[in-house]
Structures are given as C-alpha cells and as structure tokens.
Design a protein. Sequence first.
Length: 195
Amino acid sequence: MIPPLNSKRALFITSALAIISAWITILVSIMFNPWFSVTHNALSDLGGGNLIQNGHPAPTFPFIYNDGMILTGLFIGIFSSFGILYSKNKVETSGLSFFIISGLFLALIGIYHEGTYPHNFVSIWFFILSSISFFTISLSRVMMKNYGSGLSSIIIIMISWFIENAVKWGSVAESEIFGIIVIDIIVIIYVMTWK
C-alpha cells in the first residue's frame, strides 16, 4: 500500500521527477547526437534545426528532446500546483504561479523547437520566469522569518545573474546548463527547507 502524500513528500517527489526528467532528456539526446558539443552548441540544437538553418546537423530523434521538455514542463506544473496547495501566504502562491508559467514556457520549448519563430523567445523567458518565481518565493520565506532558505536563495539568484552576465560563455549550452543547475539548487533548497 502506498502511503498518502503529505506536503513535503509531494513536493519532494514532483521536484525530483522534474529534475531527473530534464537531465535524462538532455543526456539521452546527447547520446543519440554525437556531433553535439556542450562547448559549441545550444541544448535546443538537440530538438531541431539543420546545417542550412542553424549550422549544425539535423538532430537524430529530436522528439526525445522536445517531448522531454514538454514532460519536464508538466512535472514543474504539478510540483508548483502542490506548492500552491500547501502555500503559506499569497506571496509564495504568486511565486509558485510564476513557476507554473515557467513550466509552460519549458513545454513550449519542446513545441516550438529550434528552427521555429517563437523558439528564442520561449527559451529566454523560461529562465527569466524561473528566476522571478523563486525570487518571489524566497521573499515569502523571508516574510515568514525563514531567513536561512529565503536569504540564501535570493543571494544565489542574484549571484547567478551576475555570473550569467559577467562570464563569456563558450556556447549557449554552457549558459543553459549553468541556469539549469541554479534552478535545481534553488528548488532543492525550497523543498528541503519546506515546513
């Protein structure tokens, strides 16, 4: 018999599914595309484009990357919905609502894959909305006097944006991987310090 989901367990499971889904999607897609280079490409090269349009070979099995982004976006939406269900205040609810929209934009990366007009817009806004959402959630933590997780998350977000703009990345993939790692760390802090 499966034990009922309490709040922390639900957040832990759904956040783990989102994180694992993203990394499996990326790693499996890279495995099927040996031409891909983290130091020269964008992760979205694994989901579309070709030599004429984007200067790289057409990806093998692009549906792995695209469907994986859609699935990961769905997991983010479920995680955020559980967070809203257990939310402690309106500011936290607002931040988690932003994260649902962020998950939608991640799914749109899979729908509007590289080579389609809206792709760059949805890709950039996934990262922007993720930062806005967890900055807002972190403010709610500070308001609840949970200073450790709230302030540490705000500091991580602010430092990550400074690093993102200060570092001369060799490729878009390097910048994207950095952004994904930051999002993962912030989500883990949120879940592990949830009360």
